[in-house]
Write a protein that binds this ligand. Structure first.
Ligand SMILES: Nc1ncnc2c1ncn2[C@@H]1O[C@H](COP(=O)(O)OP(=O)(O)OP(=O)(O)O)[C@@H](O)[C@H]1O
Length: 262
């Protein structure tokens, strides 16, 4: 279980501090699929990076399975929108990368990497280099690489944001299959209401900056979800209403900033 308790984040910007997150409190159950949704600049990526241990919080605490966390660890892996693959390494070497750092033998690394490449449908591409792959395939490699170290928590920062609609839908279904099969806890950042509704157990809607948690909306419809059903339509209207207020507020803040700078 992940417990985030009273978390604040301020960025120091040459004297002008930016308050990115204020008093974030969240409990995430083991195996839950959580989506973070909010207007641009509300601090979604910041929150994900803090949970990943890539940047420190300014205040507050976080624990995973009862242990305080304030840095990166093998229990967490991150998948980024831009894939972040090593272009000079083959697909297999990319997947093996984290295992090498953990001192696993060559045989073990190969077994794990090949098994995961099969899981993501890329068994035939193990010896290729990333530039030979489409965006969707690169993101599959990136997911396989994250899973290789067997993290309990998979942190995903708009992983499908750069993909075309069809590839995105395919990868959403594959991710749900992997999530069920590997029993990971997932925190997934997205801009898309539809994506959040399709994927998550709970949607955490954040306010315009500085980001606070505005509302947590449970999505208990069984999967695979029929987005055209009445229940999903109702949820969609609810999320749209809650998020819409914050998108409007974010636009007003931006306008006020522009006026102040003019
Ligand atoms: N390294 C940094 N230094 C200073 N300010 C930063 C830094 N990183 C982010 N910020 C600011 O913190 C706030 C939150 O940014 P963050 O990227 O976490 O938001 P986001 O919700 O993920 O945005 P988007 O949806 O556009 O990706 C923004 O105002 C941003 O400008």
């Amino acid at each position: 279980m992940v417990i985030i308790d009273g978390l604040d984040k301020r960025y120091g910007n040459q004297g002008a501090d930016v308050s990115a997150l204020v008093d974030i409190n969240l409990k995430i159950e083991e195996g839950e699929f959580i989506c973070l949704l909010g207007p641009s600049g509300c601090g979604k990526s910041t929150l994900l990076k803090i949970v990943a241990g890539l940047i420190p919080a300014t205040h507050g605490r976080m624990s995973i399975d009862g242990k305080a966390v304030d840095g990166p660890g093998p229990d967490r892996a991150v998948v980024f929108q831009d894939y972040a693959l090593f272009p000079w390494m083959t697909v297999r070497d990319n997947v093996e990368f984290g295992l090498r750092a953990r001192g696993r033998s060559a045989k073990e690394r190969r077994e794990i990497a090949d098994g995961l490449l099969k899981t993501v449908g890329l068994a035939d591409f193990a010896a290729r280099f990333p530039h030979h792959l489409s965006g969707g395939m690169k993101q599959r490699v990136s997911i396989a690489r994250a899973l290789a170290v067997n993290p309990s928590l998979l942190l995903m920062d708009e992983p499908f944001g750069a993909l075309d609609a069809q590839t995105r839908e395919t990868l959403q279904d594959e991710l749900l299959r992997i999530w069920r099969e590997y029993k990971k806890t997932v925190i997934f950042v997205t801009h898309s209401i539809e994506e959040a509704l399709y994927l998550s157990d709970r949607i955490v809607v954040m306010t315009a900056r500085p980001g606070r948690i505005k509302q947590v909306i449970a999505v208990s419809e069984p999967r695979p979800r029929d987005m055209t059903s009445e229940a999903m339509g109702r949820l969609q209207r609810e999320v749209r209403g809650v998020l819409g207020e914050e998108i409007n507020r974010a636009a007003q803040l931006e306008q006020a900033d522009m006026m102040a700078g003019a």
